[in-house]
Design a protein around this ligand. Sequence first.
Ligand SMILES: [Zn+2]
Ligand SMILES: [Zn+2]
Length: 166
Amino acid sequence: MEINISNLSEGTHNYTLSEKAEKLGLSEIFFGDVKAEVSLESKRRQILLHIVAEGKANFQCDRCLKNITKNIAATFYSVYEWEGERVNSEESNDNFYLLPLGTNIINISSDVNEYLALAVPYKILCKEECAGLCPQCGKDLNVEQCTCEKEIDFRWNKLREIVSNQ
Ligand SMILES: [Zn+2]
Ligand SMILES: [Zn+2]
């Protein structure tokens, strides 16, 4: 995902970039094209990028194991400053790069890769109220109810046994 910055006039420039997920080196759950909407602001000393990246990824529902596809999106800023023009104002920025004079290309692939990887949720559900699988018979409780006793009932039965044996 490259942006040509040679002969860039001062002001705002917009780009839509696209790259195959596997070419970006994203994990195997990602597939298809990853898109990045880039708003570039060229100043005398700096180039500021606002990037909205989006890709598609395959998941399994945490509860019912159904295969689902989700869009994963990440928004972030990157600051590029021309070498020898340091203004020291943006040093705390996470994505701060020094550009050697004469640089023609900015490559945002590794940033897009990193931010999309961070945006992958740890847990994912096919729907908020997914009922999951029955832990005993394995039926998908979103589709049908089973006749298994619930785990909580099972525990109560144990308790009743203990009480009745005393
Ligand atoms: Zn589910
Ligand atoms: Zn069951």
